[in-house]
Design a protein around this ligand. Structure first.
Ligand code: SAM
Length: 475
């Protein structure tokens, strides 16, 4: 829409642009088309638009046939959009985008985020939507030029800082172009720019501990003029050795270290705090027959290499509101790295019982000890990697403490989201989890099964499950 059409639209919507909501509307439809082109939208995409306003970008996104969810804080504009864009693939929600629950996006394939962001809240919004772990394939933001330059900055420049690294850790950032303030009504005081963010390959951002990366970067940039040995002394007692490891000068300042050097530094310091070898190839597992009777023991590497039947536990933790805790496996796991998995899981070792293993794993992986209830047992098969799995459930709200070398992230998800996610993108999950989730679904839709006597048989359970349920609590 051009400027006079935009003025008429504002009149129809009875909207006088509000400065506190960052309402500067785009009135150059060619530019709107160019902007949306940069998001490479396909009909299979699920697009979230932040602050659609009068719909300059909305119209272009819908023209490309994608599903679109728009988040708009101003109720008057929500009514206007609903009236003017009655498309079946379009939903507009009256919400502060900062309050939007991004967990629903995990269940959607090809999620793209677009927004001509209200500048008063743009950094909060972009960090909210990029909060790790995140499932977004592309973000296209119109931002204040100064902010766009900070996001895309190179080392040794004034714009390069903690925000740059926080965003560039997991994303490529492209500064696409400057946008004059003359294309908006009313005209803002500042110049804008468009940036495109795409996620890096997960192994490319294989930082061992995201939280440590952030602490280091924040401390390093807390006083730009000071040298790192002073600023990071709390984390790196022997800075000379650390500097050598990352190929930096012992007198370096934060802005001189590249993203890669910050990652190497984080991983070097994280490894010093870790508990020891995580490979575990030498651990000994009981090997069992097709009835789960122990026939001997073998080393972990041998068990997996020869597909020997063995034992494992999976634990599903639910919080008080019924959301399930999932873990994202770290990039360093030898099996199914970076896949989503049960809250905690592990192999039965040595002479342990299933119950003892479950309590140990809970403590080691999540740092908690809670009452566990057996949900059932899954037969060893190809799908479980020849593991007999006893599945437990428990209620706990945390807090959890987890080893970052084993677990990349932990997050509670509403059950409905996991239900959609396992159907839409089963490849996101470790195969053992998918079997446990199937068992949970069976036991949840038949609650009487969990009220039986210990190890009572669950009638009519899905093929592949031994289908036991037990109510006894462990402590
Ligand atoms: N996309 C439109 C365009 O390009 O013409 C409007 C952009 S305008 C800069 C920002 C829009 O974000 C406005 O419609 C404003 O009402 C909306 N907005 C402001 N704060 C918001 C928030 N916290 N959550 C969602 N929308 C918000």
């Amino acid at each position: 829409m051009n400027l006079s059409e935009l003025r008429r639209a504002l009149e129809r919507a009875r909207v006088r642009p509000v400065k506190s909501l960052g309402q500067n509307f785009l009135h150059d439809q060619n530019l709107a088309r160019w902007i949306v082109d940069q998001a490479r939208i396909e009909p299979a995409d699920f697009v979230v638009e932040i602050g659609p306003g009068l719909g300059a970008l909305t119209a272009e996104i819908l023209r490309r046939g994608a599903r679109l969810l728009a988040l708009e804080k101003d109720a008057r504009l929500v009514d206007f959009l609903r009236e003017n864009f009655p498309a079946p693939n379009f939903e507009v929600r009256h919400i502060d985008a900062l309050a939007f629950d991004t967990r629903g996006l995990f269940a959607e394939p090809n999620v793209k985020i677009i927004g001509n962001l209200p500048y008063y809240v743009s950094s909060q919004l972009l960090l909210r939507f990029l909060e790790q772990p995140v499932h977004i394939t592309l973000c296209l933001w119109m931002l204040q030029d100064e902010m766009a330059r900070r996001l895309s900055a190179e080392p040794r420049t004034a714009e390069y800082g903690a925000l740059t690294l926080r965003v560039q850790l997991h994303h490529h950032v492209e500064y696409l172009r400057k946008i004059s303030n003359r294309v908006f009504f009313p005209q803002p005081d500042v110049v804008s720019a468009i940036v495109r963010l795409t996620p890096r390959e997960e192994n490319d951002s294989a930082v061992r501990d995201d939280a440590l990366f952030e602490h280091l970067v924040r401390a390093g940039f807390s006083q730009r003029r000071k040298q790192l040995p002073k600023l990071l002394s709390h984390y790196a007692g022997d800075w000379e050795t650390a500097a050598k490891k990352i190929g930096a000068s012992p007198h370096a300042r934060a802005e001189e270290l590249s993203r890669e050097q910050w990652i190497v530094l984080t991983n070097y310091l994280a490894r010093q705090q870790e508990r020891g070898p995580t490979d575990g190839a030498a651990e000994c597992f009981p090997v069992v027959d097709e009835h789960d009777r122990k026939t001997g023991t073998a080393k972990r590497a041998e068990v997996h290499a020869n597909n020997l039947r063995h034992r494992a536990v999976h634990i599903l933790i639910f919080n008080a509101t019924g959301e399930v805790l999932l873990q994202k496996r770290s990039a360093w796991k030898d099996r199914h790295p970076l896949r989503w998995d049960s809250s905690a899981a592990g192999h039965v070792e040595g002479d342990e019982t299933y119950d003892e293993t479950a309590m140990r794993e809970l403590k080691e992986e999540l740092g908690v000890s809670v009452h566990l209830q057996v949900m059932g047992k899954i037969l060893a098969s190809e799908k479980t990697g020849q593991e007999f799995i006893t599945v437990y459930k428990a209620e706990c709200d945390g807090p959890f403490r987890f080893p970052p070398e084993e677990i990349k992230a932990l997050k509670f998800f509403p059950v409905e989201i996991v239900e959609r996610w396992v159907v839409n993108k089963p490849e996101d999950f470790a195969p053992g989890f998918l079997e446990c989730w199937r068992l949970w679904r069976v036991s949840n839709s038949h609650p009487e099964r969990s009220r039986g006597t210990p190890w009572s048989y669950v009638k009519g359970s899905a093929a592949g499950f031994l289908g036991f349920a037990r109510n006894d609590k462990l402590s």
